[in-house]
Design a protein around this ligand. Structure first.
Ligand SMILES: [Zn+2]
Length: 296
C-alpha cells in the first residue's frame, strides 16, 4: 500500500484560480528537474533570478490543476493508494477539505488554521470532523515560524496526538517577490519543535534547497520526520542514514510535482529492501496517524 504524505486539492494562492481544463503538468524547468530525478547540475541552493521566475510561473500553472478528480486520476495512474491532502488557510479552510474528501476514503485530510475570530473552535471542529493532522505554511500564511500564533495553535492541537506538517524551504510563490520566502528557512522552526516534543513534526520538502538543515533537525529532535518531495536519491539516502528508516516519508507535493518521480526515487533508494520501501511509502506515515486513521 502506497501513501503520498503531501498533496493539495486546490490551493488558489492570490491571483491563481483552479483551471478545470488543465490535466497535464507543465513541461518547462520543473519537468527537467523531475526527469533528472531532482538532481540539478546547474546551481546549488536557491536558483538564480531568471530560473526562479520560471519556476514560480510554472508552479502557478501547476497549482491551477489541483482538484479531487485530477488527484485521484494521478493516484490511479501512478499506483498510489492514499494521499494526505493539505489545505492552507486563508486560501481554503479545513472544512473545504473535509467536504472535498467526503465519501472518498483514499484522501486523508489535514486541518489548517489562521488568526481571526473563531479559529480555535474551527480547529477543534475540523479535528473532530475527521482531519488527521495539521498543515502550517509560514510563507503563504505570512506568519513567521516563531510567531506566538503557531505556539498557541500547537497548544490547542497537541491533545489529538496527530502530526503537524510544515512547509520548509525558501520559495517565492509569485513571479514578483513578496518578501516572505525567508519564512521557509527550516532552521526558524526549531523553537516550535523544541517547545512541543510530544508533537510529531513532518518537514515538508525536507528543507527544499537546503536539505542538510532539515536533516540536522531530525538528528537533534526525535519527533522530526523528513518528507521527500523535490529531493534527489542521494539526499533521501542521507536522510535515512541520519533519521533512520522510521522517519522518512514519501511526498510529492502534487500538483506541484508528478508523484511518479518521488515514487521512483523511493524505489531506487530502497532497492531490494522491501521493509524499507514499505516504511517510506506509507508504513511510517500510517504508524504516525495511529490506528484510527489506518485504512487497513
Ligand atoms: Zn504543501
Amino acid at each position: 500500500m502506497i501513501v503520498d504524505a503531501h498533496c493539495h486539492l486546490q490551493l488558489p494562492i492570490y491571483g491563481v484560480t483552479p483551471d478545470p481544463s488543465r490535466w497535464k503538468f507543465t513541461k518547462l524547468l520543473m519537468w527537467s528537474y523531475e526527469l533528472l530525478g531532482y538532481r540539478n547540475p546547474l546551481w546549488r541552493g536557491e536558483p538564480p533570478e531568471p530560473a526562479r521566475m520560471l519556476i514560480s510561473l510554472e508552479n502557478q500553472m501547476r497549482l491551477s490543476m489541483g482538484s479531487r478528480e485530477k488527484l485521484l486520476h494521478y493516484m490511479d495512474k501512478n499506483g498510489i493508494d492514499y494521499s494526505v491532502v493539505l489545505p492552507i488557510a486563508p486560501f481554503v479552510s479545513s472544512r473545504d477539505y473535509l467536504e472535498a474528501c467526503a465519501g472518498q476514503h483514499r484522501l486523508i485530510p489535514f486541518a489548517t488554521a489562521y488568526p481571526g475570530e473563531g479559529w480555535v473552535d474551527e480547529l477543534h471542529d475540523a479535528m473532530k470532523g475527521g482531519c488527521q493532522g495539521l498543515k502550517i505554511h509560514p510563507i503563504l500564511q505570512r506568519i513567521p515560524p516563531d510567531d506566538p500564533f503557531y505556539f498557541h495553535l500547537l497548544e490547542e492541537f497537541r491533545r489529538y496526538g496527530k502530526p503537524v506538517i510544515a512547509h520548509t524551504g525558501e520559495f517565492d510563490y509569485y513571479i514578483v517577490k513578496d518578501g516572505y520566502a525567508s519564512y521557509g528557512d527550516v532552521r526558524r522552526l526549531e523553537k516550535l519543535i523544541a517547545a512541543f516534543p510530544d508533537v510529531p513534526f513532518i518537514l515538508g520538502h525536507m528543507g527544499l534547497y537546503y536539505p542538510e538543515r532539515a536533516i540536522e533537525l531530525a538528528r537533534r529532535y526525535s519527533q522530526v520526520y523528513l518528507e521527500t518531495s523535490f529531493q534527489r536519491a542521494a539526499v533521501v539516502r542521507r536522510a535515512l542514514m541520519v533519521a533512520g528508516r522510521e522517519r522518512v516519508l514519501l511526498g510529492s507535493d502534487w500538483p506541484e510535482s508528478d508523484s511518479k518521480y518521488p515514487l521512483a526515487i523511493a524505489r531506487k533508494v530502497a532497492g531490494n529492501d522491501r521493509d524499507l520501501f514499505r516504511r517510506i511509502t506509507g508504513g511510517n506515515l500510517l504508524a504516525l496517524l495511529g490506528s484510527q486513521a489506518n485504512p487497513l
